[in-house]
Write a protein that binds this ligand. Structure first.
Ligand code: PLP
Length: 393
C-alpha cells in the first residue's frame, strides 16, 4: 500500500511508529471483487464483515429527531451523560459488570475503543498475549503502542489447557492479554470455565485484560460471559463494546469502553486528543439503540443461526471441513483441499466459482489453510455460492 513520495529526502517519511504498522490486505480482495463486478460478473460475496440487516427504524428516527432538535453541538468529550448512564445500566444488568457512569466512555466504534485501550496501558517492550487466529488490526494496534504481540493458538489452548498454554508463552515482560469472545474469524466462543481460567491466570500474574466483546449479541450456542464480571476482574479489564454488530450500525461509528481508574483517565486523553468525542446526533441515536427491547436479539440470532447452518452444512457437504461456529457470523473451514496456501485458495475460488472469501493467513499464521466465509447475507446468496462451488470445484 505504499506510493512513491514526492521527495526522496530522508525527511519525507512517515513516522517510524507508523512505518511498523500494516494495512489490512482485505482491501486487495475487495478490489478484485470490484474489478469482476465492473466486468459484469456476478460474485457471491462472503468476504465482508458487516451485519446484513438494516439499522432498525427506531434508531434512524432518533437520529432524525436529534437533528431536528439541533442536538448538533459539541458533546462532552467522554460522551453525552444520558448515554453513559444507559450504558452503565446495560453493562450492569446484561454483562454483570458493576459499572458506574464514571467507568464509561463513548468512543467511535470498537476500533477507537481498542486503540485507546492499548495506548492507555502499554509501554514499549511490554508483551501482549493474544489468541490466534485473530482479527487482523489487533496486531497492528499493539505494535502501534510499541508493544509486542505474542500469538497463542486457540486450538492449542483448548487442547492442552488454557492456563498451561498461556504460561508457555509468558515471561516477566508479559503485561496483558487481548481476549476476544465470540472470536473473529473462527466464531469460537469462550465458555465460563475458559473465562475463569484466563481470569485466574491474569490475577495470579497481576496482568491486564483487553476484552473485545464486539459480537456479544451473536452467540448461538452457550452464553456470552464478560470477563470483567468475574471476581476481582473489573479493575484489571478494559471492556470494549460496539454498536456496530449488535444493531447493524457499522457506519455510525459508536462504541464504548468500560473500565476503572487509572485506565479511564488514559481513555479520556486518547479520545480527547484524537476525535474529541463522538458525533452528537449519533450518540442520541445510540441511546435509542440501547433501549431496544431484548426480544430483538432473539429474533436476530435466529435469523443468523439459519444462515450459519445453511453455510456450514453446505461447506461440509463439499468436503471443506468446517466446525459449527457457536458465535459471530463467520464460517472458517479448512481448505487445503483447494490449496494449502490460503491466498491462492481464495483467488482460485474467486476465479472458478466467483466466490469471494478472505484468506485465513490474513488472520495470522494459525489461520493459514483456511478461508473466512461470512454468512451475514441472504439464504439465497448462500445457496447460490454453494451451488457454484459444487459445480466448479
Ligand atoms: C473482533 C472485532 N472487534 C472489534 C471490531 C470493531 O468494530 P467497529 O470498529 O466497527 O465497532 C470488529 C469489526 O469487525 C471485530 O471483528
Amino acid at each position: 500500500m505504499s506510493s512513491t513520495p514526492i521527495s526522496t529526502s530522508a525527511r519525507f517519511r512517515i513516522s517510524d511508529r507508523l512505518e511498523q504498522v500494516g494495512f489490512s490486505d482485505i482491501v486487495q480482495i475487495r478490489n478484485k471483487v470490484m474489478d469482476l463486478r465492473a466486468q459484469g460478473v456476478q460474485v457471491h460475496q462472503y468476504e465482508g464483515g458487516e451485519p446484513y440487516l438494516a439499522t432498525p427504524d427506531h434508531i434512524k428516527d432518533a437520529m432524525s429527531r436529534a437533528l431536528r432538535d439541533n442536538k448538533t453541538r459539541y458533546a462532552p468529550s467522554s460522551g453525552v451523560m444520558e448515554l453513559r448512564q444507559a450504558i452503565a445500566k446495560k453493562v450492569s444488568e446484561r454483562n454483570g459488570i458493576p459499572a458506574k457512569v464514571e467507568d464509561v466512555i463513548v468512543v467511535n466504534g470498537g476500533m477507537q475503543g481498542l486503540f485507546g485501550s492499548f495506548q492507555t496501558v502499554l509501554n514499549p517492550g511490554d508483551e501482549v498475549l493474544m489468541f490466534s487466529p485473530f482479527w487482523t488490526p489487533i496486531k497492528d494496534l499493539i505494535v502501534y503502542s510499541q508493544a509486542k504481540p505474542v500469538f497463542v493458538s486457540t486450538e492449542e489452548a483448548r487442547q492442552n489447557g488454557i492456563a498451561e498454554t498461556l504460561a508457555k508463552y509468558s515471561n516477566p515482560r508479559t503485561r496483558a492479554i487481548y481476549y476476544n469472545t465470540p472470536q473473529n474469524p473462527s466464531g469460537v466462543v469462550f465458555t465460563r470455565t475458559d473465562a475463569e481460567a484466563v481470569a485466574k491466570f491474569v490475577r495470579d500474574r497481576d496482568m491486564i485484560v483487553f476484552s473485545d466483546e464486539a459480537y456479544e449479541d451473536l452467540v448461538y450456542d452457550g452464553d456470552h460471559v464478560s470477563i470483567a464480571s468475574l471476581p476481582e476482574m473489573f479493575e484489571r479489564t478494559l471492556s470494549c463494546f460496539t454498536l456496530s454488530k449488535s444493531y447493524s450500525m457499522t457506519g455510525w461509528r459508536v462504541g464504548y469502553v468500560v473500565a476503572k481508574e487509572p485506565w479511564m483517565t488514559g481513555l479520556r486523553k486518547t479520545t480527547l486528543y484524537s476525535t474529541n468525542g463522538v458525533s452528537t446526533p449519533s450518540q442520541w441515536a445510540a441511546l435509542a439503540a440501547l433501549a431496544t427491547p431484548i426480544e430483538f436479539f432473539a429474533e436476530m440470532r435466529a435469523a443468523y443461526r439459519k444462515r450459519r447452518d445453511l453455510m456450514v452444512n453446505g461447506l461440509n457437504s463439499l468436503g471443506l471441513k468446517c466446525p459449527m461456529p457457536p458465535g459471530a457470523f463467520y464460517a472458517f473451514p479448512e481448505v487445503t483441499r483447494i490449496d494449502r496456501d490460503s491466498r491462492r485458495a481464495a483467488s482460485h475460488l474467486l476465479e472458478i466459482a466467483q466466490v469471494a472469501t478472505v484468506p485465513g493467513i490474513v488472520f495470522g499464521q494459525h489461520g493459514e489453510g483456511h478461508l473466512r466465509f461470512s454468512f451475514s447475507t441472504s439464504p439465497e446468496n448462500i445457496k447460490a455460492g454453494l451451488d457454484s462451488m459444487k459445480k466448479n470445484l
